[in-house]
Write a protein that binds this ligand. Structure first.
Ligand code: HEM
Length: 427
């Protein structure tokens, strides 16, 4: 009898344990909010800190990518009591930026005036209210919209020539880096310096125009950094893929010839150059994660999203999704080329869904046109006019840890040799 009781007690104890673990497991994976709404799936969390430990990473876009590949493309996370939704699926992102765009048109970054981490980013962090709307209109009409860019085209053309002459000057000194030792010592590549200077000069010109209207804007730093890194990544890919370099050069030579410098107006006639720029932004998006906030509660894919939930969209993950991109880890500019007009239209339609290196909706990057133009022309000049001698087999494509924008961990160094010396037109 005593033995029977012991066996029953053991069975009962095991049964209770199994029940407890099942409830715990169920509540961790299919958690419902207090109000009974269905929250998106959630990975197991720790008491009090929630998922904080999963977000503490120096390569946050990669940690989030791992999380999404394990638990799904639409996740609910929590840091202490701050709710976060993580999206890495193109279709969910598309739904958010169409059906819920106004609701997510505010970032939950501090609206700082000179904060320690973000500097003074008034416009970027401004809520979706009158100040932002006024500034956005101003930026589009006076600075970054298609007509405004056309008006400032002459100034940029001068800057392109200056960029070429600076590079030529370096190349003529044979050893590009001999005089740059102190920079090397601090791990700063002079190549990066040239690119930064081109971008900075563009931004300085733009800034002068904007200052007439508004003294307080300082977003040009963001544009400089993102464009500079974008150009670096693309040059690294071009150097690692000699066949791409060859094709690019052939197309540039065919359209531009060898007696003048490439201009912005040539870019629409060189589809492969545009494809190289696009593919570089897909594989190495300078801003890998978008941060927004749901102002009000809503439902997405039948899941409940509470008001003031932070939205993270992992662009890096989305644009390497094997379900939507063939050979997603490879640098293949051809994927953006089409053989006919109807194929081109299909591709553009598909891209709206899955290709968003500049974000999406009302708060998408207003500098995308300028960025495309300045990156294409910088790459164009570098490929048209110089050979790039790199010591070693391949450029190391490792990403820097802890950087806000996607940055190369080992900015590469190379020597440039002029292919041909072109006459200047404007000086
Ligand atoms: C390769 C270059 C660039 C990339 C990849 C890039 C990417 C981005 C992204 C992803 C956002 C956030 C969009 C969103 O939340 O949906 C953004 C915002 C912004 N970008 Fe860019 N950007 C680039 C260049 C530029 C340039 C050249 C400028 C201006 C000269 C610029 C000005 C801004 C501003 C002002 C915002 C904030 C917009 C707002 O809050 O409404 N960016 N950018």
């Amino acid at each position: 009898m005593a033995a029977l009781f012991t066996v029953d007690f053991q069975n009962c104890f095991i049964f209770i344990l199994v029940c407890l673990f099942s409830i715990l497991f169920y509540s961790l994976l299919f958690k419902k909010s207090k109000a009974g709404f269905n929250l998106p799936p959630s990975p197991p969390s720790l008491p009090i800190i929630g998922h904080l430990h999963l977000l503490l990473s120096f390569l946050i876009h990669k940690s989030l990518q791992k999380l999404s590949s394990k638990y799904g493309p639409f996740l609910h996370l929590r840091v202490f009591n701050v709710p976060i939704v993580l999206v890495s699926s193109a279709s969910i992102a598309y739904e958010i930026f169409t059906a819920h765009d106004v609701n997510v048109s505010t970032r939950n970054l501090p609206t700082n005036e000179g904060s320690l981490f973000f500097g003074s980013l008034g416009f970027t962090t401004a809520p979706y209210e009158d100040y932002w709307k006024f500034m956005k209109k101003l930026i589009v009409t006076k600075l970054l919209g298609p007509q405004a860019l056309e008006r400032s085209g002459g100034i940029r053309a001068e800057e392109v020539e200056r960029f070429y002459s600076n590079l030529l000057d370096k190349a003529m000194r044979k050893d590009l880096f001999r005089g740059e030792r102190p920079l090397k010592k601090f791990g700063i590549s002079p190549f990066k310096k040239e690119l930064a200077s081109l971008s900075t000069r563009f931004d300085e010109v733009l800034e002068k125009i904007l200052v007439e209207y508004e003294d307080n804007i300082d977003e040009h730093h963001q544009g400089t950094d993102t464009s500079t890194h974008a150009i670096q990544w693309k040059m690294a890919e071009i150097i690692n893929n000699p066949n791409i370099l060859e094709r690019l050069r052939e197309e540039i030579d065919f359209v531009v010839g060898k007696s003048r410098l490439i201009q912005e107006t040539d870019v629409p006639n060189i589809p492969f150059l545009q494809a190289v720029v696009k593919e570089g932004l897909r594989l190495h998006p300078p801003v890998p994660i978008l941060v927004r906030m749901f102002q009000e509660s809503c439902e997405i894919k039948d899941f409940y999203i509470a008001e003031k939930t932070t939205l993270l969209v992992n662009l890096y993950d989305m644009m390497r999704d094997p379900d939507t991109w063939e050979d997603p880890e490879e640098f293949k500019p051809e994927r953006f080329l089409a053989s006919s007009r109807s194929e081109q239209e299909d591709k553009i339609r598909a891209e709206v869904l899955k290709y968003i290196p500049f974000g999406s909706g009302r708060r998408a990057c207003p500098g995308s046109n300028l960025a495309y133009e300045s990156i294409a022309i910088a790459i164009g000049v570098m490929v048209q006019c110089f050979d790039w001698k790199f010591k070693g087999d391949k450029v190391n494509m490792e990403e820097a840890r802890g950087a806000m924008t996607l940055t190369m961990a080992h900015p590469f160094k190379c020597t440039l040799v002029p292919r041909t010396i072109l006459p200047f037109t404007s000086s």
